[in-house]
Ligand binder design. Sequence first.
Ligand SMILES: C[S@@+](CC[C@H](N)C(=O)[O-])C[C@H]1O[C@@H](n2cnc3c(N)ncnc32)[C@H](O)[C@@H]1O
Length: 202
Amino acid sequence: MAAHGAGAHGQHGNPADLDAYIARMEEPERARWQKPDEVVAALQLKPGQVACDIGSGPGYFSLRLARAVGESGHVFAVDVEPRILKALRKRIESSQAKNISPVLALADDPLLPQNACDLILIVDTYHHFPDGAAYLHRLSRSLRPGGKMVNIDFHKRELPVGPPLEHKVSREAFLKDARAAGLKPVGEHEFLPYQYFLVLQP
Ligand SMILES: C[S@@+](CC[C@H](N)C(=O)[O-])C[C@H]1O[C@@H](n2cnc3c(N)ncnc32)[C@H](O)[C@@H]1O
């Protein structure tokens, strides 16, 4: 994911060239800075839990979350772009990860049930929400008691990867929205070179 792509823009803040966008999200090189195994380990998921991946894309994290919660657990992979969910469905089919449900959501509503998630994960997606604080408030209703919300996003500075600077949401701006939505930070990890990693609870 070197950048979101210059030039024409499509819907929901995505680039117009969705095939290139999907390829960038899944490129093996991403693991060098995204450290997906360390991220999933830090989420401390247990078998049988329910994880919700908001702005799942083609499933970079959803498939890994599905392995972490195991066959007795479940993952809701939420995205607004049907073509991206189509790519996710293909990956579900080929990996036989049958504990993932793709959810074609609305831009301002993940369409998740209340009290459904032990973990809500948002990666590189927060800046796509039309009203971040309102969206977080809505999302928090889908957390089970004791559940956690995690936001991982690019620091608002020039970086070799990620969206253009003007699209990035700084850690401080995100925390302001989170507090307005009734969420407080309960943890933070600092092992990612380009992104902040915040853990929140209502
Ligand atoms: C930069 S990608 C990140 C994908 C994935 N989280 C990852 O780390 O590979 C952002 C994703 O958010 C989706 N998206 C955009 N607006 C959204 C919204 N309002 N609600 C849910 N997903 C959204 C896009 O379609 C895209 O798949």
